[in-house]
Ligand binder design. Structure first.
Ligand SMILES: NC(=O)c1ccc[n+]([C@@H]2O[C@H](COP(=O)([O-])OP(=O)(O)OC[C@H]3O[C@@H](n4cnc5c(N)ncnc54)[C@H](O)[C@@H]3O)[C@@H](O)[C@H]2O)c1
Length: 287
């Protein structure tokens, strides 16, 4: 009996695969092209999105922080997945951003989407009370984690001649106090506000700008946050879905926001956190 349904199931799977492929294919049949910024290893949230987009037929370039150790890690990772277009870019340096944009212009002429998955904060700033944040720690965190979205958008929006989608990654600490997130929370607040202003500026060019707010996931950047394992435990026990957010959860929503499935969505913060953002104060038993 079950065999009777197999052809139907197979054709549904084929239809789904074709449908997903079309998400990253242009009307003329050529693949959509996009830049992924912020892969440092296979745990990176950007890597989950890269793998999914690549499977779905997108043509990708990866930018990486120009450092030998980073390049040594990501080149084999990317090449194993069949991605050979790697471009160095330090988002703290305008010349480096301009050089990356030039390389893309020479290679492709235009692009369809950009993922910005970059953040930085000084280690000490994530382990001491926020009130002790120095000017230097504050400025470097806001520069690399928030202004870099503005700078890369300035450089890359001119390549989005047919419209496009720009997506950045953020966290709940932008709007709520999360222990140890400190200056990163302030940087994410600036990042989310930048998303809204950029969306307003670029809408007439059919360029959409959005943020995806992910739940805590164990990555290199996240391991710099003081007592991150407690953050993970708390999340797992309290959020509506009662589980951790995965790299795949983020990848699926990332593909939606970078594709035309979200063609009417701009200036928003889309939560992929198991529902953590809807929770209010947690009552504790009276003593
Ligand atoms: N992991 C989480 O729990 C979580 C949750 C919500 C949001 N996010 C955000 O997701 C994004 C990606 O972080 P991740 O967790 O995947 O960690 P990750 O360490 O894999 O990625 C951070 C990236 O930022 C890059 N970077 C830092 N400074 C740079 C610079 N000057 N120039 C160019 N690149 C630079 C690093 O090279 C790295 O690739 C970050 O914006 C982070 O805040 C992470």
């Amino acid at each position: 009996m079950v065999y009777l349904f197999l052809p139907l199931v197979n054709s549904c799977v084929e239809w789904y695969k074709r449908f997903m492929k079309e998400l990253f294919t242009k009307p003329d049949g050529t693949p959509k092209r996009g830049l992924i910024m912020g892969v440092t290893n296979k745990r990176s949230l950007a890597w989950g999105i890269t793998k999914l987009l690549h499977e779905q037929g997108a043509e990708l370039a990866l930018s990486y922080f120009p450092n030998e150790a980073v390049e040594k890690r990501i080149r084999p990772l990317a090449e194993d997945a069949g991605i050979n277009n790697l471009i160095p870019c330090d988002v703290g340096d305008d010349d480096s951003i301009a050089a990356m944009a030039n390389t893309l212009k020479e290679q492709w002429g235009n692009i369809d989407f950009v993922l910005h998955a970059i953040a930085f904060a000084d280690h000490d700033a994530l382990h001491k009370p926020f009130v002790e944040t120095s000017r230097e720690q504050f400025l470097s965190s806001l520069d690399i984690s928030a202004y870099s979205l503005v700078a890369t958008t300035q450089a890359l929006a001119p390549l989005m001649v047919n419209g496009g989608s720009i997506l950045t990654l953020t966290y709940l600490g932008a709007t709520q106090v999360v222990p140890n997130y400190n200056v990163m929370g302030v940087a994410k607040a600036a990042l989310e506000a930048s998303v809204r202003y950029l969306a307003a500026d670029l809408g007439t060019q059919n360029i959409r700008v959005n943020a995806l707010s992910a739940g805590p996931v164990k990555t290199l950047a996240a391991s710099g946050i003081g007592d991150f394992s407690s953050m993970l435990n708390y999340h797992k026990q309290t959020v509506p879905l009662k589980r951790l957010t995965s790299q795949d959860d983020v990848a699926g929503a990332g593909a939606y926001l970078l594709s035309d499935l979200s063609q009417g969505v701009s200036g928003t913060v889309h939560f992929v956190d198991g529902g953590a953002h809807v929770l209010g104060p947690t009552p504790v038993a009276a003593e």
